[in-house]
Design a protein around this ligand. Structure first.
Ligand code: GMT
Length: 383
């Protein structure tokens, strides 16, 4: 198939997932065309079946806000027509679903029928999409999608609760390449020793440092854990809350034990040296970073928000606590770190759970959906 993938190219989970999906589809022989305003972060190697089309957004003195959506739709039209795309798969509804709808209308005037699939990822529904400013366009463009998928049951339910959706939303879970994230602790011992030279335990948090991630809770949990278990905290990623978190660490006198490493591409290396992954978010539709940690045998201490209970199984792969319950999260972390037997069992449980979301189990679900959508489009042309 010739598939156009539209996503945010940044470090966010939706872009990561979309890029890994495109790479996996290309490995299976499909022609994959990424249409984004910047090279996606995980699209970092040449592949004969992968094409990258950058969206250029010309500016003009009249524009306070350059019309990105028009540029994106026009690029989609160009790629559909010149690369003979069979379908478009857009990730994150805003603005990708409405731009795909427009592109579909434009090419239909030229006799081309190109269906589009919208994958809902999280805040496109639960935060930004709900905003009255965007909601009418989001509702319309989701309903106009030829197929809709959500990355968890929770997100599917949230979508039905928040919008008037007339179509079925299929749940296709996020996935992980467990081979890539296979734990390589002994190989990376030098790295571990550099972070925790006296054999301390390592707690890890990876995010884009936005409010929804509740990074201050990570630091508070760490402070409590550190009082009982010699440990270090590794903070990976960057975003708007980072300066405040750095200030908080200074105020709490924790700087010596907390390492901010910024954005990292080799997440598998970082995951490999961690003992616990901490994700106290206000909401996660899924929690892809937690799944990647589990694939590296790292148990997860998380909130029970959104789709997290579908990924992190309480007592098997880690522990769940109510949002904001720092004491419970710290107690759970201490319980795990002080009990090597329990930690080993949870590491095993985490890996087993990650296998359920193995890339090889999930990609065929997308391929089947593509076939179905293309067949439906062909039938509608024949009628
Ligand atoms: O919705 C967002 O906050 C952005 C999005 C992203 O691009 O990072 O994250 C969401 O999609 C990920 C991939 O499907 C999920 O693993 C994250 O849980 C989800 N984030 C939220 O729901 C907050």
């Amino acid at each position: 198939m010739r598939i156009g993938i539209v996503c945010y190219p940044t470090y966010g989970g939706s872009g990561v997932l979309a890029t890994e999906l495109g790479k996996a589809l290309a490995d299976k022989g499909h022609m994959v065309h990424f249409i984004t305003y910047q090279q996606p972060v995980r699209l970092n190697a040449f592949h004969a079946n992968i094409y990258y089309h950058e969206v250029q957004v010309p500016t003009y003195p009249l524009f306070d806000f350059p019309p990105y959506e028009s540029a994106l739709s026009s690029t989609m039209v160009d790629v559909i027509l010149n690369q003979q795309l069979d379908l478009l798969h857009v990730h994150y509804a805003i603005p990708h679903a409405s731009t795909a709808y427009l592109a579909k209308q434009i090419v239909s005037k030229q006799g081309r029928t190109v269906p589009f699939i919208t994958t809902l990822h999280g805040t496109d529904i639960t935060l930004v999409g709900k905003d009255k400013t965007y909601a009418p366009v989001v509702t319309f463009s989701i309903n106009e999608s030829d197929a809709i998928t959500a990355v968890s049951n929770n997100l599917r339910e949230e979508t039905y609760k928040s919008f008037q959706i007339e179509k079925d939303i299929e749940v296709i879970y996020n996935f992980v390449d467990t081979e890539r994230f296979k734990r390589r602790a002994s190989e990376l011992m030098h790295f571990r020793n550099a972070i925790a030279p006296n054999g301390e335990k390592i707690l890890l948090h990876v995010s884009n440092f936005r409010k929804v991630k509740r990074v201050p809770d990570v630091v508070k949990v760490f402070q409590k854990v550190r009082e009982r278990v010699p440990s270090k905290l590794l903070l990976v990623g960057d975003g708007p809350d980072r300066p405040a978190i750095e200030a908080m660490c200074r105020e709490m006198n924790l700087c010596g034990d907390i390492r901010f490493v910024g954005k990292q591409e080799q997440l598998e290396d970082v995951m490999s040296i961690a003992d616990l992954f901490v994700l106290p978010s206000d909401y996660e539709s899924f929690g892809l970073a937690a799944l990647e940690a589990m694939a590296a045998e790292v148990p997860v201490i998380s909130s029970n928000a959104g789709g997290l209970p579908e990924v992190n199984i309480h007592g098997k792969t880690g522990f769940l606590s109510p949002v904001g319950d720092v004491d419970s999260m710290a107690d759970n972390a201490i319980k795990l770190l002080e009990d090597e037997k329990l930690l080993a069992a949870m590491r095993k449980g985490a890996l087993e759970q990650a296998q359920r979301f193995h890339i090889d189990n999930i990609i065929p679900q997308y391929e089947a959906l593509y076939e179905e959508v293309m067949n439906r489009a062909l039938e509608s042309v024949d009628k």
